[in-house]
Design a protein around this ligand. Sequence first.
Ligand SMILES: Cc1cc2nc3c(=O)[nH]c(=O)nc-3n(C[C@H](O)[C@H](O)[C@H](O)COP(=O)(O)OP(=O)(O)OC[C@H]3O[C@@H](n4cnc5c(N)ncnc54)[C@H](O)[C@@H]3O)c2cc1C
Length: 420
Amino acid sequence: MTDPLSHSYYAATAHDWRPRAFEGDLACDVAVIGGGFTGLSAALACAERGFSVILFEAEHIGFGASGRNGGQLVPGLRWTASELEAEFGRERADALFDLCWRDNRVKARIAQHAIACDLKAGHLEAAWTHKDFDAMRREADYLATRFGYPSDIVAKAAMGAHIASPLYHGGIYDPRGGHFHPLNYAIGLAKAAETAGVRIVEGWRVEGLLDFDPGELLTRDASVEARYFINATDSWIGDLEPDFGRYTVPIMNYNIATAPLANADELLPTDAAVADSRFVLNYFRLSADKRLIFGGGERHSQTPPRDIAAFVRPFMAQVFPQIAGARIDYGWGGAVAVTMNRLPHIGRRGNIFYAHGFSGHGALVTTLAGELIAEAMAGTAERFDVLASLPSRPFPGGEWLRRPLATLGLLWYALRDRLG
Ligand SMILES: Cc1cc2nc3c(=O)[nH]c(=O)nc-3n(C[C@H](O)[C@H](O)[C@H](O)COP(=O)(O)OP(=O)(O)OC[C@H]3O[C@@H](n4cnc5c(N)ncnc54)[C@H](O)[C@@H]3O)c2cc1C
């Protein structure tokens, strides 16, 4: 498939990767569908537990959101820890905190498999308004006292230490967050999975699942028998299982990479990744070769803007007027699978495990989700259930109205951003 959105900095700087020639029979214990972080992590963890695994990717490893995202590693979920505790109570909040804030499985995998993916420490959440900064401060105090998880509260006057932009009213710096080259991380996971025995096939689109025991997976040319399936297709989950597709809508989001900047270290002196507190947020960071990688603006239409650089540049210029005219070398985009409540939809139905809808907050949690699926499959579902018990509801409106209704809701929040 020619993808008009694939002109990315990541694709241009990807490490060499080609799956091994496919050998052996078309049967396995576990068939994984999707070669993004979720599928790769699950495949690797299943192989480590002794399952025979085949991973099917319709295009190539990292083709989806995993090879196109902002590379921001932000501990937690889209809800704050205090929101989780208010909604689910103390015990469940503890369990969610341990998994999603404390346990950094991406860092662990990078170290274990020596994955070269430009990992850097430090994440700054920047407040768009005074009110946002007050809320951030309260949350930081709560995290420190309730969970012993301290972060730096950065007053407006001190923001210059992290970012050369006058826009923000303060921020929270978390040294446990960070950023990385997402496509090279995905490729590193794929190599580790192959080493662990996973057979990876690219360019094979799965067209159907027959989930009796053992089940059958159908591609255009073959059918594959497996005891378990892992549906890790994220934004495309509805193509394979329309029932799961009702739980997410795809929102298009765009990124640019400037040419290497002589003043890069002045823009972001601590080399932190930054995301701001707008509903349609700006997020940015430096690449290893000192480009600014900037994400901003989203579109509810699936059709990309004709000129992605022209679409994103004004957001960048608002944050960093000093590089408003910088040369932009790459512009790309991808679909963010968003759920109704912004929490991922994870679970099991019969012999199909699934995890999708990370709602723009999946760079860290997907690796964890994949590993928890393997753990549950091997018989210990306690930690998997912590995520699988997060509530989820399908979007209202049926096949035709679902997207327009979701769009209306999102436009309302975007309008609130503009009204401050
Ligand atoms: C532009 C953008 C910026 C983002 N920025 C950030 C960020 O900075 N930080 C953050 O935490 N999160 C971010 N996210 C979200 C994050 O990237 C995702 O949550 C995460 O990558 C999802 O991983 P996944 O493996 O579940 O899905 P994907 O990476 O989308 O993988 C799904 C794969 O399944 C394959 N597939 C689909 N259907 C089939 C089929 N029928 N047969 C075989 N294969 C199939 C696809 O080709 C694809 O490769 C961003 C997302 C986007 C799009």
